[in-house]
Every structure is written in C-alpha cells, then in structure tokens.
Write a protein of this length. Structure first.
Length: 94
C-alpha cells in the first residue's frame, strides 16, 4: 500500500511540475509579446507622417538573420534531367 501511495504522489508531483512549467512559459511568452507590442506602438508613433492629406506610417519589421538557401544547383539538375528524359522518350511529348 505504501508503494502505491508513493507512486501516486510521484505522478502528482510530475503533473504539478509540468503544469507549473507550462504556466511559467505562458507568462514569459505573454510578457515577451507585450514588450514587442509596446515596441511596435512606439515605432508607429515615431513614424507617423501626413503627406498629401493622407497619414502614412512605417511598419516595424523584424530583422531577418535567416539567410535563404540558394536552390540553383538543385533546380539546374532537375532541368537537365527533364530535358534528357524528353529527348530520349519522344512519347512523353505526344
């Protein structure tokens, strides 16, 4: 009976810890989102202009540190394969 109670207590502790960790992550995410919203509002307020009777504002763009890969070599290989297949199998064109 003692082992059964101990096992139940361990399960409760794991669930409680998991719930607490997810709540902490939720609060951190909320705070981070709130900070980003405040920064965006500050940016908007600083970039509002009136030109030709219309208001214009600049959007707050995130700095992109991710560089996109170049698929040129991959695409060139696919093109060569397709051309070779079309040249050898005339039935594909019909």
């Amino acid at each position: 009976m003692w082992k059964d109670q101990q096992r139940k207590l361990e399960i409760v502790n794991k669930v409680s810890k998991s719930t607490l960790e997810s709540e902490i992550i939720t609060v951190e995410t909320y705070v981070n989102n709130l900070i980003m919203i405040m920064m965006a509002l500050k940016h908007f307020k600083g970039t509002i202009t009136k030109q030709n009777g219309q208001y214009q504002v600049s959007g707050p763009w995130k700095d992109s540190t991710v560089s996109l890969i170049d698929n040129y070599g991959f695409c060139l290989g696919r093109l060569k394969t397709s051309i070779k297949r079309l040249q050898t199998d005339k039935q594909i064109l019909n």
